[in-house]
Design a protein. Structure first.
Length: 346
């Protein structure tokens, strides 16, 4: 999948009226949840079905925004993103899109009228032959454009518009980014994965911690929770640490998914951890040197809340139990305990 960061990177060939052009959708796509996936699948399907006998076809393209429009219009209101831009693009690539245009969202950009946005960006820049969106689409100055507006512009310009009806869960609730955020805030990782269609991921650079884990026989890879993404409530989670030759991009060729017990919080047993961290202990591994590496943490299930222990012995016993519980959730063998003297990680 090609990624274009700005209009200047979009190939001029898309604007050739005699060419196949593109099938386009537009949105933030935070989380790329099941509702998004239904729209994106339709874009890809239409692009492939429009192939000509000589093999030419429209390109399947999504236009997305960074930063999130809410952060620009309401900077005082904190809206945690489900995914970083890097993870969003990775998930968009997995849908089979040919390209994504990332537009830097500003107040000036937002001041365009609905007609101007559609004709300049979707039809003009991207050569849209058809536009596929959800029925809750809003665009243009003051969000004044909606599905009816888009249909009217499409009819006037000879561009087909397809509105995809809401895709709902078996419970009847619409798949949405808001629903995902609610589940993450509650620590319901399996529920969030059901709405997302995949496990929730955190991404960050491994930093130096207090190295206490290695001294206890539980070496960890530490991430700064403030930069890792939408971090769920404090507690211990079962999940995976993903390493990849491509800077930690999950799904890349050659990636390594390692089972991990993951602690999120400030570690209340000790008084020298004032900031929230994400600490991943890879089961049975004492030799991983990950400092400075970008990794992905996949959170499968919350095992327990964060607890304060009265001394090291009960803490060590619970940490061992966390390893056993993690292995059970992930369906992997329970490793032998690691002796502190066997830890070779720096």
């Amino acid at each position: 999948m090609e990624i274009w960061y700005g209009a200047e990177q979009v190939p001029a060939a898309l604007r050739d009226p005699s060419g196949p052009g593109s099938i386009v959708t537009v949105g933030v796509f935070d989380g790329v949840h099941r509702g998004h996936q239904a729209i994106l699948a339709r874009v890809v399907e239409r692009a492939h079905h429009a192939a000509t006998p000589d093999g030419r076809r429209p390109r399947a393209i999504a236009l997305t925004f960074d930063p999130h429009p809410a952060a620009v219009h309401r900077p005082a209101t904190r809206l945690p993103l489900i995914t970083s831009l890097a993870d969003r693009l990775e998930s968009l690539a997995a849908t089979g899109l040919d390209a994504v245009l990332v537009v830097h969202y500003t107040l000036d950009f937002a001041d365009q009228g609905p007609e101007e946005f559609v004709r300049d960006w979707l039809e003009g820049l991207l050569g849209a032959r058809a536009i596929v969106v959800g029925d809750d689409v809003r665009f243009g100055r003051g969000n004044s454009g909606d599905a009816a507006t888009l249909r009217r512009i499409g009819r006037a310009d000879g561009v087909e518009v397809e509105i995809v009806s809401d895709v709902v869960a078996p419970t009847g609730r619409r798949w949405s980014s808001t629903w995902v955020r609610e589940l993450l805030e509650a620590g319901d990782m399996r529920g969030a994965a059901e709405v997302l269609g995949h496990v929730h991921r955190l991404r960050g650079t491994v930093i130096h911690g207090h190295r206490r884990g290695r001294e206890l026989g539980f070496p960890t890879a530490n991430l700064d929770a403030a930069t890792a993404g939408v971090v769920p409530p404090d507690g211990v989670y079962a999940g995976w640490l993903v390493r990849s030759p491509q800077a930690g991009v999950a799904g890349a060729a050659g990636e390594k998914r390692l089972p991990a017990a993951i602690s999120i919080g400030t570690n209340p047993t000790f008084d020298d951890v004032p900031d929230r961290t994400v600490e991943a202990h890879v089961l049975g591994r004492a030799d991983l040197n990950l400092y400075g590496e970008v990794v992905v943490i996949e959170l499968v299930e919350r095992l327990r809340p964060m607890l304060a222990f009265d001394g090291l012995e009960p803490l060590l016993a619970q940490m061992r139990q966390d390893v056993i519980d993690t292995a059970a959730v992930l369906d992997v063998p329970v490793p032998e305990p690691i002796r502190p003297e066997d830890v070779t990680a720096l």
